[in-house]
Structures are given as structure tokens and as C-alpha cells.
Design a protein around this ligand. Structure first.
Ligand SMILES: [Zn+2]
Length: 306
């Protein structure tokens, strides 16, 4: 089953991040001026996608595809072999895809939806750039002194000109738990989800917690379930805008459930046969988490390793 499943989304970043070049502004400028340099345009947080008939493709353009003076910020994504790859955020009041020189090539698309339509390697690249731009957008001012900070290190840092504090792209760690009891797995549904949408329980890790601590606390807070030791299974960047998902598995000490109504509308145990039906789309109540979500892959892992 796992052989036929798609790769875990956003885990296929394809470039050499070339960290040694990020601090060399002259080298980055020279790389960007090269004829073979490629740029991915973004506008208002959305990447540009090429329209090819009925399908969309990631756009790796040359610099002359951007209107002079239209670039607000550039992020150096890395090297594809020898080829430098950048992402550029465009500053424009109107959709730049409707104007020269992008006109007729494609359109700016919301990242999460686009990621399900394009090559998964390209989606990993675009989602990374999307996350970095989202960080810049919300962290323009120094959190230490309030001054406007400057973009540095090829877009991977901000430095405050007033107090010299360095700011790094924020990542918010999340635990997501494949909770088992004997041969069943616990899935829950948030109050604002569709009636048939069930997934693994998850929550942000707090300061001072290990992954296992966070998993045990979240399982108890949300579903009243006490867990034993937790084991790491897989991780996934979820750059909407800045989560890093840690997929764990842990055995519950009993099958008793007491849900927190504010966190969950429902939580229930599903047998292995029921999870197979969920994944096949034949379960009467629940449907699978989307395959771009790590929860989908945790369930596949459980079916394959039972
Ligand atoms: Zn400062």
C-alpha cells in the first residue's frame, strides 16, 4: 500500500541551500545576473504558476520575465547543480500576471491548492519560499526594540539596524500522534471541520517539553487519553505558514475517552479494517485526511507495520 502512496508533501526540497553564499551580497548579485539563473515570482503570498492547457506547472523564469523595479524582496533558495534559483516577491497593485511581461504565461495561485496540482518536488520548493515570505511579511519589525529590521543573508535572516539583534525564520513545532490501543487507532474531529473529517490529534509543543511530553499532554487535554512512551515516526514541514510536524506513535493505557468540547467535536477508536475503509473511501462515517497531510501517511505507516 505504501509503495503506491504519494511522497510526503513538502519533504522533497531539491536544492543545495548553499548557506556559504548567503552572506556574500556581491556573489548573490552576480548569481542573479547570470543568464541561467531562475526566479519564481510571488505576489501577495502566492506563487506564479504556468498554465499548460488544463494543468498548472511551477514557473522557473529568467530575470527578464520580471518588470524592472517590481521586485520588493528576493530570497536565494539555493543551487540546482550549477543553476542559481531565487524567489522574488513582486510589489504591484494589480495582478502582475495580467500585465507584460508575465501576461499570457500563467497566474498567481494560492499555495496550498497549487501544491496538490504540481510536481511534488516543485511544491516543496515553492512552499519553502512561501513560508519564508510569510515570515518576512509578519516580522518586519524587531521584536526586541521595535525598529524596522533589514533583510539579510539572501532572505534567510533579518537584522535590526538599531539594536543589532538577528532574527531567523520562525518555525513552530507541532506533535501529531498516531495513538493506538491494542489494534485500534484514535482519530478526532475538530469542531470547525466537516462532519466526516477525522484525523490524528495534534498540538503545538510548548517551551520545556520533549516531543513525548507534548504528545502526552495534548492527548490528555484533548481526549482524556493517557499515553505511555512515544516513538518518532516521521516529520513534515508544513509551511502554512511555519509549522514543523513531528509524527509520533504511542500506546494509550486504556480505551476510555473524555473529549474537551472546545478542542474536539468527536474522537473515536477505529479498527484496522475501519482505517482501511477510511483510506479506501468506503467508511460510512469518516474519510481520510488529505494525502498532503502527514496524518494520512501515519495511517498508511500503521497499516503497513501492523
Ligand atoms: Zn532592534
Amino acid at each position: 500500500m505504501s509503495d503506491a502512496s504519494p511522497p510526503l508533501a513538502f519533504t522533497l526540497f531539491p536544492l543545495d541551500r548553499a548557506d556559504h553564499l548567503r552572506g556574500d551580497a556581491a556573489a548573490l548579485e552576480a548569481l542573479q545576473a547570470r543568464d541561467d539563473a531562475r526566479v519564481i515570482p510571488f505576489w501577495r503570498g502566492n506563487p506564479f504558476a504556468l498554465v499548460r492547457g488544463d494543468t498548472l506547472e511551477a514557473a522557473f523564469l529568467t530575470g527578464d520575465a520580471l518588470k524592472p523595479g517590481s521586485v520588493e524582496m528576493t530570497v536565494f533558495l539555493g543551487l540546482d547543480g550549477e543553476t542559481p534559483v531565487f524567489a522574488c516577491a513582486l510589489n504591484a497593485d494589480r495582478e502582475p500576471g495580467e500585465e507584460f511581461p508575465l501576461h499570457g504565461l500563467g497566474r498567481f495561485e494560492e499555495m496550498r491548492g497549487l501544491s496538490m496540482q504540481i510536481d511534488p518536488v516543485d511544491a516543496s520548493l515553492l512552499a519553502t519560499a512561501n513560508g519564508v515570505f510569510a515570515w518576512h511579511h509578519k516580522h518586519r519589525f524587531c521584536s526586541n526594540c521595535g525598529a524596522k529590521s533589514d533583510v539579510a543573508q539572501g532572505g534567510w535572516r533579518r537584522i535590526c539596524p538599531s539594536c543589532a539583534t538577528e532574527h531567523f525564520p520562525r518555525i513552530d513545532p507541532v506533535v501529531i500522534m498516531l495513538i493506538t490501543h491494542q489494534d485500534s487507532v484514535l482519530l478526532g474531529r475538530s469542531p470547525n471541520w466537516p462532519d466526516n473529517a477525522y484525523s490524528c490529534l495534534a498540538g503545538f509543543i510548548e517551551p520545556g517539553e520533549t516531543l513525548g511530553d507534548a504528545a502526552r499532554r495534548e492527548a490528555f487535554e484533548e481526549a482524556g487519553v493517557t499515553l505511555g512512551d512515544a516513538s518518532y515516526i516521521m516529520s513534515q514541514p508544513w509551511p502554512f505558514p511555519s509549522s514543523l510536524m513531528f509524527g509520533l506513535t504511542a500506546e494509550a493505557t486504556s480505551d476510555a475517552i473524555k473529549i474537551d468540547d472546545a478542542e474536539l467535536a468527536d474522537a473515536r477508536w477505529f479498527t484496522r479494517d475501519e482505517i482501511r475503509a477510511v483510506m479506501d473511501g468506503t467508511h460510512p462515517v469518516a474519510r481520510t485526511p488529505p494525502d498532503i497531510a502527514v496524518a494520512h501517511h501515519l495511517l498508511l505507516w500503521w497499516l503497513a507495520n501492523g
